[in-house]
Design a protein around this ligand. Sequence first.
Ligand code: ADE
Length: 225
Amino acid sequence: MRIDIITVLPELIKSPFEASILKRAIASNLVEVHFHNLRDYTNDNYKTVDDTQYGGGAGMVMLIEPIDKCISKLKSERDYSEVIYMTPDGETLNQGIANHLSLQKNLIILCGHYKGVDQRVRDMFITKEISIGDYVLSGGELGAAVLCDAVIRLIPGVLGDETSALTDSFQDNLLAPPIYTRPREYKGHKVPELLFSGNFPKIEKWREEQAYERTKTRRPDLLDD
Ligand code: ADE
C-alpha cells in the first residue's frame, strides 16, 4: 500500500510514522508513506495556500490551485482508490472504514486547515470525507495520523501475531474482553481462576461472554447494528 499525505504542516504529522509499528511497517516495505507540503505547489513568493472567504466571514479558506496541482501530479503517476479529505463534517471513522481502506492499493489523504478547503476541492477531487470524532481539531493532520495508524496495522504482516488484529475491540462489533498477565495476584486482586484451567474451549467461551457483557454495558449501540 502507498499513502500520500497532503498538508501545510508536514512536521505535525511525521513523528507517528517514525516510531513503533508504523515505522516497522514502512521499514519492511509493507507500506509507503509520502508527505507533500502544499507550499511546494504554489507560484508566488509568499507561498500562499489560503485566502479570505468570498461573501465575508472569519477564517481563511485553503486555495484550490495548489491542491489541484498536487493531486493532479500524484494522479498522473499512479491510480488511487480513494482521495480522502479529513474534516469534522465527514463520515465518522470506525473499524469498518479502516478495514475497507486497508485493502486498497494507493490512497491520498488531504489535511484541511484554517476554515477548511474551497468547496470546489471537495466537489472535484475528493472521493471520501472522514472525521475522527465529533470535535474540531486545529487541522486534519492528527486525524490523518489516527486514520493511518488504524489502517496500517490491519495490513497483513504489520502486526507480529497475525491473529491479533482480528481479536481487537470492534472487529466483530464487540468490545474486547478483559485481559491479564503476571502476577497471578496483585494487592489482593486475583486473576479469574478459569484462565489457569487449561480448558481452552471454556476460556474462549468465557471471553466471548465477557466481550458481550462489556459491550452491553458500555456500548449498547454496537449491538443494535
Ligand atoms: N479536522 C478538524 N477536525 C477534524 C476531525 N474531527 N476529524 C478529522 N479531521 C478534522
